[in-house]
Design a protein around this ligand. Structure first.
Ligand code: ADP
Length: 487
């Protein structure tokens, strides 16, 4: 809006008409005092100010306007008489006004000047608005940055207070952040802690997982800088995915030395006890066989055979325990050679059929197969699987062993029963050391190590293994292994 200030209504009228003709919104004041009041109350784009007015003249009004912070930026066009002395006009300029027009007014010049000022005013207003917006934006960003910094500080505090070594890495695996514990084990951010020479190399495993975008879980021994004492740590690195893409990796090293030591003590104890038990048991077995051969009468024979059977069971249990304790770093050791696996399995099934006469154990095999392995250990695998099938079948009396060469050209062996079955969430667990499905305890006794040993033996034969099972319907334990040749 434009404010016209003139004491003569006819002047105001003519000016107003010219401006309104060009669609400018107009306000008016007939004295300097009224003009000041209005300028403080309203927002004007321009003030057209008559210089000569009774009371407060135009220059005085301009002085007041330029002294006040609200009004000082409003441009002013002075209207002065033709004969106005130059010094007044100069005075007008110095008091904040920007231009003047000499009376009588030339409408074209007036409109030209008003338009220029109006444009200036609009540009100024836009600039101001843009500036304010920018200022607000800067404030928002500053606040957000401050919040991020505070969060990062908090996170850093949390990650430093946990006992684990923690780190994060970018999608390409380059380490971006580490907590303070990292530097106890590594001299730099980019270098993983030093591992024991006998342990798997972290970088090699880490690269594999990076390619597969899969979680890494590794037990490694690491030592603090300038120390030779290696301690077991569990390294876990988990991918953080967003919209199906890995954007970050988060990793921790958790010390598990104490648990490892406790497990070692347990295995040492199991080894010592089973070793000590084996010697007297062998004697008992020997003497019992002599007594069995010497006794006569059906009743006595029944007892001695029962005792021998139980001694045999005890012997098997102790042998299993010894196997577990003998595993060095979780590995069984045995000699590998060419094995006619079908032949070994056929003989094993025959032997087990004799031991379990109440069960029908069928063995389905096609051509003989030679594999690279250890005959005794492969026999042990089949014995474990068939004995379990017997143990965990209550009413069903059929057990089926199927062997063949599968579509990948590997030797396949499956042991099928129609027993109690295993719930889906327990099926991978059954291969763990000392694990037993809770429900099966009422069916049969056991230590929960048969399948663990089976799995270890199979791993050393480069075999894949697994179980398909449904509670109440039975189980199929199977494995596949490379074939050396077909006979
Ligand atoms: P054990 O039989 O001495 O307990 P294993 O290691 O041989 O130990 O088996 C581990 C567990 O797996 C068993 O306790 C049982 O719960 C389950 N299991 C193994 N074989 C079978 C099977 N054929 N049917 C159902 N459950 C089985």
């Amino acid at each position: 809006m434009i404010l016209i200030v003139d004491d003569k209504p006819e002047n105001i009228f003519s000016l107003k008409s010219i401006l309104q003709l060009h669609s400018f919104p107009v306000d008016t004041a007939t004295s300097g005092e009224e003009a000041l009041k209005k300028a403080l109350k309203n927002s004007y784009a321009l003030i057209i100010l008559d210089v000569q007015m009774p009371g407060m003249d135009g220059f005085e009004v301009a002085n007041y306007l330029s002294d006040n912070s609200i009004t000082r930026d409003i441009p002013i066009i002075f209207l002065s008489a033709v004969n106005t002395e130059k010094k007044f006009i100069t005075k007008g300029y110095s008091s904040g006004a920007i231009d003047y027009i000499v009376k009588p007014i030339d409408p074209d010049i007036l409109i030209l000047k008003v338009k220029t000022f109006y444009r200036l005013y609009e540009q100024n207003r836009d600039l101001l608005a843009a500036h304010e917006k920018l200022h607000a934006e800067v404030e928002v960003r500053k606040k957000a940055q401050q919040q991020i910094q505070e969060k990062a500080k908090d996170l850093d505090g949390i990650l430093s207070s946990i006992p684990q070594i923690a780190f994060t890495a970018g999608p390409d695996g380059s380490i971006e952040y580490v907590n303070k514990h990292w530097y106890d084990y590594s001299p730099s951010l980019s270098q993983f802690p030093n591992t024991h020479p006998d342990d798997t190399c972290i970088v090699v495993e880490w690269k594999k997982m990076l390619l597969a975008c899969a979680e890494l879980e590794l037990e490694v021994r690491i030592s603090k800088l300038a120390q030779e004492e290696y301690k077991y740590h569990l390294l876990r690195v988990v991918p953080v995915n967003e919209a199906g893409k890995t954007v970050k990796w988060v990793g921790t090293f958790t010390e598990i030395e104490e648990q490892k030591q406790a497990l070692k003590r347990r295995d040492d104890f199991v080894g010592m006890v089973s070793h000590e038990l084996k010697t007297p048991l062998t004697s008992i077995n020997g003497y019992m066989e002599i007594i069995d051969a010497a006794v006569e009468g059906e009743e006595m024979k029944f007892f001695t055979s029962r005792i021998l059977k139980q001694v045999g069971r005890l012997h098997n249990l102790i042998s299993e325990l010894l196997d577990v304790s003998k595993m060095k770093n979780g590995k069984l050791e045995f000699v590998m050679e060419e094995v006619n696996v079908q032949q070994v399995f056929a003989a094993t099934v025959e032997m087990l059929q004799d031991i379990y006469p109440k069960y029908t154990i069928t063995y389905k095999a096609n051509a003989p197969v030679i594999v690279w392995g250890n005959a005794q250990r492969l026999e042990q695998v089949l014995i474990n699987l068939i004995s379990n099938a017997v143990k965990y079948s209550v009413d069903a009396k059929n057990i089926e062993i199927i062997t063949n060469i599968n579509e990948e050209g590997k030797f396949y062996c499956g042991v099928r029963d129609w027993g109690i079955g295993i719930p889906a969430d327990k099926q991978t667990e059954v291969f763990s050391k000392f694990y037993r499905v809770a429900d099966s305890r009422s069916f049969a006794q056991g230590l929960g190590i048969g399948l663990y040993i089976t799995a270890e033996i199979l791993k050393l034969h480069n075999a894949d293994f697994g179980v398909d099972s449904k509670p109440g319907e039975g189980s199929l334990f199977y494995f596949t292994m490379p074939v050396l040749n077909l006979l």
